[in-house]
Design a protein around this ligand. Structure first.
Ligand code: FMN
Length: 368
């Protein structure tokens, strides 16, 4: 569990400087890492409004499904002018499908950049030769696929990867260098191997090697960053140019605003208040309903995230049990009415700080 130390570390001076991925200027050096099933339009829009976000990327999207125009896939691509810049993350192992998908997205103005997924360890993706299995290729096919995508579109192309397949195959520095040579404009590196899943610590040395392997492009360190102390360690240990935050943003949507304030002023500023958390939860739900185009399905989607709100707000167990079965907006208002007007429970802020690590449900996806 991560706790803030009494003394807030000093931010590195260069973090105040502006950063860009190719032609895309970032408002901060703190990006949202994609979390399939969570980092959809409703969540992205809502965290953006809290401030401090550099870049958002969609959940990973199957390249072939984009070209085939599958309805479910179109939902994943939903965006709005309020959430620019936005990169769309695609995965696949066939160059012509990846190129086709990238062009399709750019022609429709749906992506300011394309992010290629090379980190996904789930069997469904890996067995097709996509995701992290691309990091095992020694024939040059992976670099060639990435080159073809870069050459096919006028927008920046980035890559998100793990350190490698396992400890004996830490291929990320090699790939980062080769990708830069073929025109990739940024790399995000989750400091674990495929073999590791989510177990064990994040290997900061491994991330540093990737930072050292490239010449000019920014490298975003990723993994287990949930507090200013974590961010300070990630930067000082690795020299990374920015940080991508995934689960920490679910636990604390204000994390970007705090990190950005920290690098600009030395002070992370306030967390979200209890009332702001409640308001954020309500907005998130309403946007899920709009996005799904159905009150019922929006509420069903909300059930997945109800537990983190329950923990963060310290709702009683009974309330959690009702929220994870939610089926309508009126019901939601009834459930939260007793909390909406009252003050925050005693010690709420402190509890929230301690609870920065709200777990994402386990299951096959826990091995991303
Ligand atoms: C539920 C879940 C879904 C994920 N989905 C994606 C994804 O679609 N694309 C991707 O590149 N990484 C995905 N990841 C990996 C995260 O982007 C990130 O690399 C990882 O969670 C470590 O960062 P964190 O500790 O800040 O969460 C996922 C992780 C989780 C837990």
């Amino acid at each position: 569990m991560t706790t803030e130390p009494a003394i807030i570390p000093q931010p590195p001076a260069f973090y105040k400087d502006a950063l860009a991925i190719g032609t895309v200027k970032l408002a901060s050096r703190f990006n949202l890492a994609p979390l399939a099933g969570y980092t959809n339009l409703p969540f992205r829009l809502s965290i953006r409004e809290l401030g401090g976000v550099g870049l958002c990327t969609t959940d990973l999207v199957n390249a072939r499904a984009i070209v085939d125009g599958l309805q479910k896939t179109m939902m994943l691509l939903a965006t709005s002018p309020a959430e620019r810049p936005l990169f769309v993350q695609i995965f696949g192992s066939k160059a012509h499908e990846m190129v086709g998908a990238a062009k399709w997205l750019v022609e429709r103005g749906l992506a300011d950049g394309i992010d290629i997924n090379m980190g996904c360890p789930v069997r469904k993706v890996v067995k097709t030769g996509g995701g992290s299995s691309m990091m095992c290729d020694t024939t040059g096919a992976t670099v060639d696929l990435v080159r073809q995508v870069v050459e096919a579109v006028q927008v920046p192309v980035s890559v998100k990867m793990r350190l490698g397949w396992d400890d004996d195959n830490l291929s990320a520095p090699y790939f980062a260098r080769e990708f830069e040579k073929v025109g990739v404009t940024a790399v995000t590196i989750h400091g674990r191997t495929r073999e590791q899943g989510f177990a064990g610590g994040v290997n900061h040395d491994g991330i540093r090697r990737v930072v050292e392997a490239v010449e000019k492009i920014p490298v975003f360190g990723n993994g287990d960053v949930r507090s200013v102390a974590d961010a300070a360690r990630m930067i000082s240990d690795t020299g990374c140019h920015g940080i991508a935050i995934g689960r920490g943003a679910l636990a604390n949507p204000w994390v970007f605003r705090q990190f950005d304030s920290w690098v600009r002023t030395g002070d992370p500023g306030p967390r979200g208040t209890y009332a702001e958390r409640l308001a954020f939860m309500r907005l998130h739900l309403r946007r899920l309903v709009e996005w799904k185009g159905s009150e019922k399905y929006g509420c069903v989607h909300f059930r997945k995230v109800a537990t983190w709100y329950t923990k963060a707000l310290r709702f009683p167990k009974k309330v959690q049990q009702r929220l994870v079965m939610l089926s309508g907006l009126t019901e939601f208002e009834e459930i939260i009415a007793p909390f909406a007007s009252g003050p925050a429970p005693d010690g709420w802020t402190e509890y929230d700080t301690q609870q920065a690590q709200i777990a994402v449900p386990a299951g096959p996806i826990s091995h991303w």
